[in-house]
Design a protein around this ligand. Structure first.
Ligand code: ADP
Length: 194
């Protein structure tokens, strides 16, 4: 490839990355403000969690990270399928990204009571320091050790906006060099802010 073709290709790649970032920022703002109307679909949340795990199986395998999924047969839930898929993808993607080869990532879905579903995404990776932990959900915040990894620091902001738009939330617990656990709680039939 000639020098100019190479430059053009990397400019196009950079533009794509910027466009992606702008679209994600827009999505976060719209989701937080309620401009983005969420659909109220009858979902089998357990199926959705299993599908998300299956989707990431090849990535985990490539990295030699063992991915396990523990979800009940069915879990009835009302919400926006695409948004929930996006939230799960962001968390599972991070868990694999920040876990070294040979370690494990486990996803589980349980029901706290009749009304609440709890999804945990637990990794045994690099962990997050107590200084960074309160800031990881902020837009563009990236911990120092992540700067060499791909990403712009918007994934968790969007994931939390989606959980909150479903009247739920996400909290993170972590120990540096031991791993992190992200816990998503979602009311099974939320009064959707839409
Ligand atoms: P990024 O695109 O950088 O992954 P996110 O918003 O998804 O952006 O995450 C923000 C920051 O939080 C990351 O840059 C990383 O430093 C930290 N982080 C998120 N998930 C994990 C995890 N599972 N283990 C360790 N650090 C994490």
């Amino acid at each position: 490839m000639g020098e100019y073709e190479g430059m053009a290709a990397s400019t196009i790649e950079e533009c794509d990355r910027l466009l992606d970032m702008i679209n994600t920022m827009l999505m976060i703002s719209k989701t937080e403000s309620g401009v983005n109307k969420l659909s109220r679909e009858e979902i089998d949340l357990a199926g959705l969690v299993r599908e998300a795990c299956e989707l990431f199986e090849p990535t985990a395998e490539d990295k030699k990270v063992s991915l396990s999924c523990d979800a009940p047969t069915r879990s009835h839930f009302i919400g926006d399928t695409r948004m929930i898929q996006r939230m799960l993808s962001n968390l599972i993607d991070n868990a694999i990204k920040y876990t070294p080869s040979g370690r494990t990532v486990s996803i589980s879905l349980s029901e706290n009571n009749e009304r609440e579903a709890v999804i945990t995404v637990k990794d045994t990776g690099v962990g997050i320091s107590p200084i960074d932990l309160p800031r990881i959900f902020e837009r563009f915040y990236r911990c120092d050790q992540s700067r060499s990894k791909p990403g712009v620091g918007l994934g968790l902001s969007l994931a939390r906006a989606i959980a909150r738009a479903h009247s739920g939330d996400i909290v993170a617990m972590s120990t540096l060099n031991q791993g992190s656990t992200f816990t998503i709680t979602l009311p099974k039939s939320p009064p959707l802010r839409a």
